[in-house]
Design a protein around this ligand. Sequence first.
Ligand SMILES: Cc1ncc(COP(=O)(O)O)c(C=O)c1O
Length: 439
Amino acid sequence: MGHADPQVATSLQPFWMPFSPNKEFKAEPRMFVRAEGMYFYTPDGRPVIDASSGLFCVAAGHCRREIAEAVYRQLQTLDYTAPFLRAHPKAFELAERVAQYTPAGMNRVFFVNSGSEAVDTAMKVALMYHRVRGQSQRQFFVARERAYHGVNFGGVALAGMVNNRRAYGPGLAGVYHMRHTALPENKFVRGQPEHGADLANDLLRFCNLYGGENIAACFVEPTAGSYGCLPPPKGYLELLRKICDDHGILLVFDEVITGWGRMGANFGAQAFGVTPDLLTMAKAITNGAQPMGAVAAKQAIYDAITDAGPQHGIEFFHGYTYSAHPASCAAGLAMMDIFRDEKLIDRAAAMSPYFTDAMHALADCPGIADIRSVGMMAAVEVAPVGAPGARGHELQKKLYDIGLNLKGTGDSLIVAPPFIAEKKHIDEIADKLREALTG
Ligand SMILES: Cc1ncc(COP(=O)(O)O)c(C=O)c1O
């Protein structure tokens, strides 16, 4: 442990770490200084297997040379151009490539820099779409408990994880939450659980209470990711789709984690056979090597907003200084080549049964409350010891020392390895998890 470079007495104090226990970390830092393929490396050169693809980003494994070189070349050719009123060819190329993976018809792509920005952008697209069609009364949003939709105010209002909301006031008015789908009868289920499709009727409850004609959009993660892998009950997303259609509500899938192969198909939309109207993505679109997110929209939504605008003026007053940044587009295009050339999504789907077996085999470890899985994602939830999340937190520290990196939320350990993982890597992840859970 210690500083990244012992030769440089860097103070750890000025960097205010996000979503981290700053005091604890700075007293006992756990750093990585290098990464390659499936592994991070600590300052003293110890390999730590990456069981969560960083934060669900690094689908193709770490430090892909193709991506690094594409970014380097791009920064030497065109480092930056304003994305408003000017553009560069790679933005168009990447949008076209992305649209080859999204569900049919979802072929208009708005680039942003993160999942949080994608969520807020999707909210604005929904409001704008209704407005241009003379339905500007549609101002309400419905989302779900236990959801994570990023940390901007729009996403926080939609989200359903209390610690991310409680300090920040009432947020946006008019956002309502359906119940989550974590039912006791769905414990230790592989893939989509049998029970809970009817929970989608909560959306109907809000239609009846506030008027379906006043609801702009319903946001869900096809599988709740950050909370700890909650796959949708069988029939749940289909029922949501139907209620949305019946009431003219846009269905938005937040696929920041579930997109790009994690569910065993291009997007959760295809994995679960339900097509939303808008779909957010980020993370693996560049393999995490450059910040980037996007909203894919049905063409009819883009057309409605664009056609309603003035002949020579801006149609949609929204965008970021770094939307479609050239370096991010270069990274995204290199990643699209990797997806294509290495059939990475097929590879994820093929490895999923082995991975799933390995994760569910941990059920005999002491104090396991639940194991949930779908595609190349699983959550091993431990029974709380003391305060909720305390055991999960202690496990996090132990995992670094054992040589395993994964994302924890509360008492759930979320496993989502890169798609380059071989069986030996899955075995190593499972063995190290067992060591941590039994030790
Ligand atoms: C479903 C979902 N939406 C939005 C976000 C926010 O993404 P970002 O951290 O890139 O802003 C995340 C991040 O994990 C996410 O899982």
